[in-house]
Design a binder for this molecule. Structure first.
Ligand code: PLP
Length: 397
């Protein structure tokens, strides 16, 4: 067998490990005694339109066609609807013929990285980052270059980033709104990043692609806006998923698109199709493909996340924790009161609080708290957070 794959199968990600622990622990001591903030599983139902459209599809469509194979890259009418929506909503300048429907952002990412990378190439990741990026990138034989973000704002640290480019840099992968910090890349950051990429591409006469992973695009709080990156950089691929915006993570539906402005866009798209084929990611789930045109631009009721965010950040600050105020996604990044975030998360675990230490996100000293949970869980968890803070001698701010 392939030893590397066996290794990956034996060691779940820190997030999944904790999530599985939470399930076991709940069975042992009861659902209401465990405060699981480990995983980004949406806690609000999909919009009513999702249910209605599914019922319509199931009752009014020829079942053979509905459940049959579509084109490998997805049904053309669905891809056209997505392109039209993106062009209307973001002036994205995208083309239906360069969209490939996938089983969620995870598939979009592994397809994109497989399509673009060769062994020895380098992928720049801005840390902290979603841990599976490393798995997807290293599988291709490429090397991950982790570049720490500014620890105050979690925007890129451009001095460090500038020094990370080499002749082997092929991809810069960004994620905004970010998992785990919630940070949204500002337009100023996007412009500086793009200028740096253009400069390196010209100097080294080698292509450098920008991959934008955006499953949290619609989950933005306050005034922040999420720039659409095809408008800023030609060699851009966008990986999108309906997992979070429509609360459909188990249905596995998303897409990857290649900007028509990319150099050799048709060849890059052919490589996307080839990677989809090689990885067995052809023909994304058909029922959920056909659902998409009716639900573009819709989201689940996001006000619950907004309320959770306010309740949790206020509560944690009151306990004396330092909380990074995020602009997006449904995660809070909280500074560990001791240098070892894993030890902090273990102490939290002894109080039945399941928090993910930041080390697996490529950054030391924080924990990630997923607040896509029932609001009541946050209220009930507060005494445990208070106890945790007191055990470190933290004082109310
Ligand atoms: N990218 C990021 C940043 C994520 O947080 C996740 C899931 O949590 C994914 C990709 C994978 O999303 P999907 O469920 O669409 O595969």
């Amino acid at each position: 067998m392939n030893e590397k794959m066996r290794e990956l199968g034996c060691h779940r990600s820190a997030i999944r490990e904790l999530f599985e622990y939470g399930k076991r622990r709940r069975a042992e001591i009861g659902d209401d005694k465990v405060f699981d903030f480990s995983i980004g599983n949406p806690s609000v139902p999909a919009p009513e339109r999702v249910r209605k459209t599914l019922i319509r599809l199931l009752t009014e469509t020829d079942p053979v066609a509905l459940h049959g194979y579509t084109s490998a890259q997805g049904d053309p009418t669905v891809r056209t609807a997505i392109a039209d929506y993106l062009n209307r909503a973001y002036d994205a300048g995208v083309d239906a013929n360069l969209i490939y429907l996938t089983a969620g952002a995870a598939a979009s990412l592994t397809i994109s990285l497989t399509a673009l990378l060769n062994p020895g190439d380098e992928v720049i990741l801005l840390a902290p980052f979603f841990p599976e990026y490393r798995v997807f990138a290293e599988r291709t034989g490429a090397k991950v270059v982790s570049v720490p973000a500014d620890p105050g704002t979690f925007q890129p640290d451009f001095a460090v980033l500038a020094a990370a480019f080499t002749d082997r840099t092929r991809v810069v992968l960004v994620n905004s709104p970010n998992n785990p910090t919630g940070a949204v890349l500002t337009e100023a950051s996007v412009k500086r990043l793009v200028a740096l990429m253009e400069e390196n591409r010209a100097k080294r006469k080698k292509p450098i692609w920008l991959i934008s992973d955006e499953p949290y695009r619609e989950l933005v709080w306050g005034d922040a806006t999420v720039p659409y990156l095809t408008r800023y950089y030609a060699d851009t691929l966008v990986c999108y998923s309906f997992s979070k915006s429509l609360s459909l993570p188990g249905e596995r539906i998303g897409y990857v698109l290649v900007s028509p402005r990319a150099d050799h866009a048709a060849d890059v798209y052919a490589a996307i199709c080839g990677a989809g084929r090689a990885l067995g990611y052809v023909c994304a789930p058909s029922l959920f493909q056909y659902l998409i045109p009716d639900c573009l631009g819709l989201t689940s009721d996001l006000t619950i996340y907004r309320d959770n965010r306010a309740l949790l950040s206020r509560g944690l600050r009151d306990c004396g924790f330092r909380v990074v105020e995020p602009d997006g996604a449904f995660y809070l990044f909280v500074e560990s009161p001791e240098p070892d975030a894993t030890a902090f998360a273990e102490r939290a675990k002894s109080l039945e609080l399941l928090l993910v230490p930041s080390d697996s996100f490529g950054c030391a000293g924080f924990v990630r708290i997923s607040y896509c949970v029932p609001t009541d869980q946050i209220r009930r968890a507060m005494p445990a957070f208070r106890k945790l803070a007191e055990s470190y001698g933290l004082k109310r701010a």
